[in-house]
Design a binder for this molecule. Structure first.
Ligand SMILES: [Zn+2]
Length: 304
């Protein structure tokens, strides 16, 4: 089987297209394996899997039109059951993320909002190699449904008429399907064209239920565009990538201060630093702590 055929079967990927008139563009993505992998790393279940999946796909949509070398940090701060979701996504299709659940969800005030409650949604765009000022767009969470609030984000912060759909189907901790779409009207799109697409989005109303019946991202685009002719401009695999490393953990520990390091050394338990994004645990051996302590203690204050 060639790589292309493998990509065409059940792998995670996004497909980007543009209408032949050049007025409407779209991205459809499938991310079942990615969502499952991150759900397993964070030992999530049920609703939490869906929420993290939505946030990961949302971050990927934001990154999908970024330039090479740029990065998106999607930060959702919510009053709901989920306090926060953080996602790092890159235009090469790589992504990582995590979810912070509220410890006592019973304290929450009930409102008619969707699962994300209310709060804010921020997207920070940075260039890895540049000192250029990062761009940040923040909008309030209005509906608590991430897909709708992301549509609002594009309308509000970039003035692009946008429709977003996000769906994660979970059964017994297993992701059955995860996918989404982003459709945007570009300058010159006629009211008829926009109305046509809107209608097909409405037909996909129960998108979460339908996602498992759609075979691949291109088929999803065909459902949405129907009579509007389009061409595929990019097909790219989506991958999980975490940039954490032992070296970075060591560097971060060098900044915690002598007091903290000394107490780690005094603790009979082995210190562990856990990566928020991938849950990998780095064990900190005593030798390393001693070395770091040497380095941070000012000369002449070592009385041991
Ligand atoms: Zn990591």
């Amino acid at each position: 089987m060639s790589t292309d055929q493998k990509l065409a079967s059940n792998s995670d990927r996004w497909v980007k297209c543009i209408s032949t008139q050049g007025n409407i563009r779209g991205v459809a993505l499938f991310a079942k394996n990615l969502v499952q992998l991150q759900a397993d790393q964070h030992k999530l279940r049920g609703d939490s899997i869906s929420r993290l999946g939505e946030a990961l796909m949302g971050g990927l949509f934001l990154a999908s039109y970024c330039k090479k070398g740029e990065r998106i940090n999607l930060n959702i701060q919510s009053t709901g059951r989920y306090k926060q979701a953080l996602v790092d996504a890159y235009p090469d299709g790589s992504v990582r993320g995590f979810l912070v659940e509220r410890e006592s969800p019973e304290d929450l005030t009930q409102d008619d909002q969707g699962p994300w409650g209310s709060g804010t949604l921020s997207a920070l765009k940075t260039k890895d190699l540049d000192r250029e000022k990062p761009y940040i767009g923040t909008v309030p969470i209005l509906t608590g449904h991430l897909a709708k609030d992301l549509s609002f984000y594009w309308v509000q912060s970039e003035q692009i008429p946008t429709a977003v759909g996000l769906a994660v189907q979970v059964k017994n901790k297993q992701v059955v399907a995860a996918g989404g779409f982003l459709i945007q009207a570009l300058p010159g799109a006629s009211t008829d064209e926009i109305r046509g697409i809107e209608e097909h989005i409405r037909e996909l109303d129960s998108f979460t239920k339908q996602i498992s019946q759609i075979e691949n991202p291109t088929q999803l685009l065909s459902h949405l565009f129907q009579n509007t002719a389009f061409m595929v401009v990019e097909e790219k695999p989506i991958t999980f990538k975490c940039s954490c490393s032992w070296e970075k953990v060591r560097r971060a520990l060098g900044l915690v201060g002598a007091e903290e390091l000394a107490s780690m050394l005094a603790d009979p338990k082995i210190s562990v630093v856990r990566c928020d994004f991938c849950a990998h645990e780095y064990e900190i051996d005593r030798e390393t702590i001693r070395e770091l302590l040497e380095a941070v203690r000012p000369q002449g204050t070592d009385k041991t």
